[in-house]
Design a protein around this ligand. Sequence first.
Ligand SMILES: Nc1nc2c(c(=O)[nH]1)N[C@H]1C(S)=C(S)[C@@H](COP(=O)(O)O)O[C@H]1N2
Ligand SMILES: [Mo]
Length: 237
Amino acid sequence: MSQTQRPNFGRRSILKYLSTIIVGIATLGLGFSFLGQHHPKSELLPANRTSRLPPNQRKVSELVGYSTGVIPQFNEMDWRLRIGGEVEKPLSMTWNEFLDLPKLIQKSDLHCVTGWSKLDNVWGGTLFRNVIALCGPRSDARFATFECEDGYSTSLPLKVLVDDDVMLVYELDGEELEPEHGRPLRLVVPKRYGYKSAKWIRAVKFTVEQELGYWEKLGYSNTADPWTEDRYSQYRP
Ligand SMILES: Nc1nc2c(c(=O)[nH]1)N[C@H]1C(S)=C(S)[C@@H](COP(=O)(O)O)O[C@H]1N2
Ligand SMILES: [Mo]
């Protein structure tokens, strides 16, 4: 049949068309009103969130600088970011090669599982998505493990890592990242507890199964959603 079917404009379908249009306009309107306030995407609160502060968190005025060990040195000349595991194109990037990735500045919040939250951190870096595009994870890769200079590690599903607010950053509030906050390179994952935001990253390994990171092995949640107070894992080693 080559003729295109004419829509049937019965009462029910007119109602359906009308409601689609109304929902469409309302969605656009909401979108534009948010844009008008210049909120980056990560600041938009889902309908069920009435506050920017997740339950049982308190605001602090500075990032606390939480770490489990000594703060590593950064030597620009011998620094490499290794990207491997289940990828088509393993990479070893120099510092300058990393800086050549598209740069983005974006504000977001960091919620430490111990109860402090630092709102409005202005991060400068690149979307994690840009790294994914470079190395081409194989079709069975579902997770990535971040391996850090201080021996720390954590991992996340790729479906979390492709989000608009997930970045590899080298600047905070317009300045080069301070050593205690991850200089030269850290991850920020605003929608997860802070222990997922790995500092001093040296390697990213794409995997089929999720590996347990430093805190996750000690019983902290592998999903780590601050809004549902998903602090501890069901499984205790
Ligand atoms: N390599 C590494 N990354 C890390 C940690 C760490 O000990 N080592 N601590 C995590 C925790 S528990 C939190 S809350 C945040 C804290 O970030 P900040 O030190 O910039 O405040 O970093 C995370 N990233
Ligand atoms: Mo933390």
